[in-house]
Design a protein around this ligand. Structure first.
Ligand code: URA
Length: 236
């Protein structure tokens, strides 16, 4: 059983807030009866009508996108920049699960499955995400140790589960670091390196849990397989 406004929003019909307004304004019927109570619970077998039209249960869609730089991780942008949603050819109202910065490239999941999105983005959910950060300068062994022990960002310690230097360019004084983190805090990788005075020059997410970018080029995407979707649901 799920709350009526959640079922309406998850169907892709409208946002949760607008669904609540429709309910309060007596526009929603469940099995033929007007329901104006927020939080009324419905099951999969109940028929829901909005303004006398049957609510279609939208097919769920799941995509893995190799996000290019200069794209924004949202469904809409008030500055008219290209959004990650625009890169995917679908008429369904999908949205990204979490965010990658405008200039960050790499693995991004998109879906219209609100339940999975909420589950994966919940702070309790510990999905490891692996990034390759090209940074200014070359980390000393002590600095790598510091990152491994945990850097305090905005009052909270972030402890990566893996950190390793992958490449260094002595001439250009840059290096590439692989770093795996569990948290979903905004700009977290950039903040870790900034805290050590090694600003990030480029950032790419290579893995999200068990998923990787194999077979995809920048800007390309594919649908997730049933097996992958089930495995994402089991990542609790
Ligand atoms: N950390 C960042 O700093 N930026 C991203 O896009 C993702 C993680």
């Amino acid at each position: 059983m799920e709350r009526l406004q959640k079922v309406i929003a998850n169907s892709g019909y409208t946002s949760r807030r607008k669904a609540e307004e429709l309910i309060k304004n007596k526009k929603v019927k469940v099995n033929g009866t007007i329901i104006d109570e927020l939080g009324y619970k419905v099951s999969k077998n109940d028929s829901i009508e909005i303004e006398n039209k049957l609510l279609k249960k939208e097919q769920k869609e799941y995509y893995i996108l190799y996000k290019p730089e200069h794209t924004i991780s949202s469904a809409k942008d008030d500055q008219n920049r290209t959004t990650v949603v625009e890169l995917i050819n679908t008429k369904t109202r999908i949205y990204p699960i979490g965010r990658l910065d405008y200039n960050t490239t790499g693995l991004l999941l998109l879906t219209n499955d609100g339940e999975l999105a909420n589950q994966l983005m919940h702070p309790k959910n510990k999905v490891p995400k692996t990034y390759i950060a090209k940074i200014a300068g070359i980390l000393t062994i002590e600095e790598i140790q510091k990152i491994k022990k945990g850097i305090i960002i905005e009052g909270r310690k972030t402890i990566p589960t893996f950190v390793k230097q992958r490449h260094k360019n002595i001439n250009k004084n840059t290096s590439k670091i692989e770093i795996t983190i569990i948290e979903g805090r905004n700009h977290i990788v950039k903040k870790i390196f900034e805290a050590l005075n090694h600003p990030v020059i480029e950032l790419k997410r290579e893995n999200y849990g068990f998923l990787n970018l194999n077979g995809l080029k920048k800007g390309e995407y594919r649908s997730l397989t049933i097996k992958e979707i089930k495995k994402l649901y089991s990542l609790k």
